[in-house]
Design a protein around this ligand. Sequence first.
Ligand SMILES: [Zn+2]
Length: 194
Amino acid sequence: MTLKAIWRMRNDPWIDNGLELFGHIVEEIQKQHPRVVQVRWEPEALEITVQNMQRFVELLDDALRQRIAITVFYMAERKGEKRPDLKPFVGFNQQPPAQHPPTYQEAKRREFLQEVFSFPASQGRGEPKSCLLCGERINSDSKKLTLSVYPFVTKIRALSGARSKWSGEGLSGFTPHPIVCPFCYFLGSLVWAD
Ligand SMILES: [Zn+2]
């Protein structure tokens, strides 16, 4: 089954950086596997045509694994043993590995990619909401926005429109767990691998 998807630019420096990187990764896959996926840049969007979804997710998973090994980790020697270490400036460095974005978890990445590309076919229960970053309608079981996905949010209310809103008299309404759509979550987390 062919799936054609348009990934629009968000006019957001962080998310659009992720889209550009994602486009380059898919272009590399297309070079080797032109029958699995085709990609085309529009002025304001990336158009992706997937001919074989299962194969595409496998190839993307592999491409991300290889890229992440180089861009997010470096080899450190400890007790005479070389092992990969997460670079200290990576936004989720201090979080336990199980809380890293699934893009960076070997055990969860493939399933997460499947979820991203099946969206919005899988509908969750509850009232649909809007993605904080792009305004798309999303399911209530969408991902929580975190600093590792979008480092411009902060817990300092005055600096973060994402976590508070202007009520006319001042900033109010601290939202502890704002959620974003799988596309923005994926692109936002991907930027660390740039
Ligand atoms: Zn979004």
